[in-house]
Ligand binder design. Structure first.
Ligand SMILES: [Fe+2]
Ligand SMILES: [Fe+2]
Length: 187
């Protein structure tokens, strides 16, 4: 029976192929943040653990927003496995530095997605990406601040925990202008 779903990658636009890759990057980020959270949790740093457990859920939502968009765009999406997760670290700083590096990489990925959407005159795709670009600006800023606080604390993690407790509350949901997820989202 003939199928109307596109099963082979070459049936997809470059933009849609990159978006499927982005599902993998967001799920990888989500898993990586669980690894960071569990590391802090095991070392009795509950505030840092909380921030990264929460951030993991946000990354899952990002993946599910892209899944929603692909389903609605009639793109057949196979859910990918995630990339390698780093679990071994020497110092707390290494974990925060990894988080910042990861957010910068994701920002670069969204810039590439935007460029490809423009090249392919995919106006719907361009519009879909706007929220993610804004979100990346906030997430890079958040991790960059946290890294500066860790550096300033000169090894006093109780100062870092106090900062995180005071200035990094869990934000509920992704805001009214956020794209819809496939299935339930963080509320
Ligand atoms: Fe994300
Ligand atoms: Fe992120």
């Amino acid at each position: 029976m003939a199928s109307t779903t596109k099963s082979a990658d070459h049936g997809l636009s470059k933009f849609h192929r990159l978006l499927i890759d982005q599902v993998r990057h967001e799920f990888t980020a989500s898993h990586q943040y669980i690894a960071l959270a569990a590391w802090f949790d095991a070392r009795d740093l509950p505030q840092l653990a909380r921030v990264f457990y929460h951030q993991s859920l946000e990354e899952r939502d990002h993946a599910m927003m892209i899944v929603r968009f692909l389903v609605d765009s009639d793109v057949s999406v196979s859910i990918p496995r995630v990339d390698e997760i780093q679990n071994d670290f020497d110092t707390p700083r290494d974990l925060v530095a990894l988080a910042l590096r990861q957010e910068r990489e994701v920002t670069d990925q969204f810039h590439m997605l935007m460029k490809v959407a423009r090249d392919e005159n995919d106006y719907t795709g361009e519009q879909f990406l706007q929220w993610f670009l804004q979100e990346q600006t906030e997430e890079v800023a958040k991790m960059s601040t946290l890294l500066a606080v860790v550096d300033r604390s000169a090894g006093n993690l109780f100062d870092v925990e106090a900062f995180v407790a005071r200035d990094m509350p869990d934000e509920s949901g992704d805001g009214a202008d956020a794209p819809s997820t496939a299935g339930p989202a963080l509320t």
